[in-house]
Design a protein around this ligand. Structure first.
Ligand SMILES: Nc1ncnc2c1ncn2[C@@H]1O[C@H](COP(=O)(O)OP(=O)(O)OP(=O)(O)O)[C@@H](O)[C@H]1O
Ligand SMILES: Cc1cn([C@H]2C[C@H](O)[C@@H](COP(=O)(O)O)O2)c(=O)[nH]c1=O
Length: 206
């Protein structure tokens, strides 16, 4: 395993579609702001032009090769980190960054169709966040929570989400000795209870 630099002040949420990453990222950002901490919420895919193309692929409107999609995520991530106003520049200004998805999503989702080692290799240039919070929830419950969505992305089927969950397990195992703080939280808890757990982790610097 390659040694990847760790970015202090960067917290990333990961989980299946519908697990509650966006909810928890927003609640944590609100809590930080309430405590007077400078914080910026970010998400991947980003709102950049590359992100727009990715969203079209995810919506099934562009039938790109899976490895093209994996490389588009890398390009989007590169800009997200190193581009103007990106994560590195925010951290340099002592603004904490909360990310709704990062490279672990690529490892869990793109490895469904592309060899895991290839996805790992093309993402190995990226630094790791200080903290990864994985919200674990059964795919069946995620499916229930997404039942009111009019449109589904290409990965948002029960069968694929079951496989994505296995890929996340494999991915988390790969980073156990990376030096990054990894927390696995029960996504079945009520939003507020989960938010309290997240807050105590961040507050205590765990
Ligand atoms: N702990 C929770 N208990 C019950 N419902 C929840 C919980 N967290 C989130 N939800 C609800 O589940 C739905 C999905 O939540 P959210 O958008 O945060 O998921 P997500 O992981 O960001 O999904 P995606 O990655 O597909 O955007 C929303 O309707 C949200 O209100
Ligand atoms: C960063 C990233 C994301 N994905 C997938 C995961 C989700 O299905 C969508 C994003 O949807 P959200 O509602 O905005 O969470 O994109 C991926 O496949 N690979 C990635 O690197």
């Amino acid at each position: 395993m390659k040694e990847q630099k760790i970015l202090s002040g960067y917290t990333v949420f990961e989980g299946l579609d519908g697990a509650g990453t966006t909810t928890q990222a927003l609640l944590l950002a609100d809590r930080c702001k309430l405590k007077g901490k400078a914080v910026q919420l970010t998400f991947e895919p980003t709102a950049s032009e590359i992100g727009v193309v990715i969203r079209k692929v995810l919506a099934g409107q562009l039938p790109y090769h899976p490895e093209t999609l994996a490389r588009l995520f890398v390009a989007d991530r590169y800009e997200h980190l190193f581009g103007k106003g990106g994560i590195l520049s925010l951290l340099d200004k002592h603004i904490a960054v909360i990310g709704d998805r990062y490279l672990f999503s690529s490892l869990a989702y793109q490895s469904l169709d592309v060899d895991f080692d290839i996805v790992y290799e093309i993402n190995s240039m990226f630094p790791l966040p200080e903290r990864l919070i994985y919200i674990d929830l059964a795919p069946e419950e995620c499916e229930r929570r997404m039942s009111d969505r009019d449109q589904r992305d290409i990965f948002e089927t029960l069968a694929l989400q079951k496989r994505v969950r296995e890929r996340y397990e494999h991915t988390l195992d790969r980073y156990v000795k990376s030096g990054m703080k990894i927390h696995r939280l029960d996504g079945a808890l009520a939003k507020e209870e989960l938010a309290e757990k997240v807050w105590s982790i961040v507050r205590d610097g765990r």
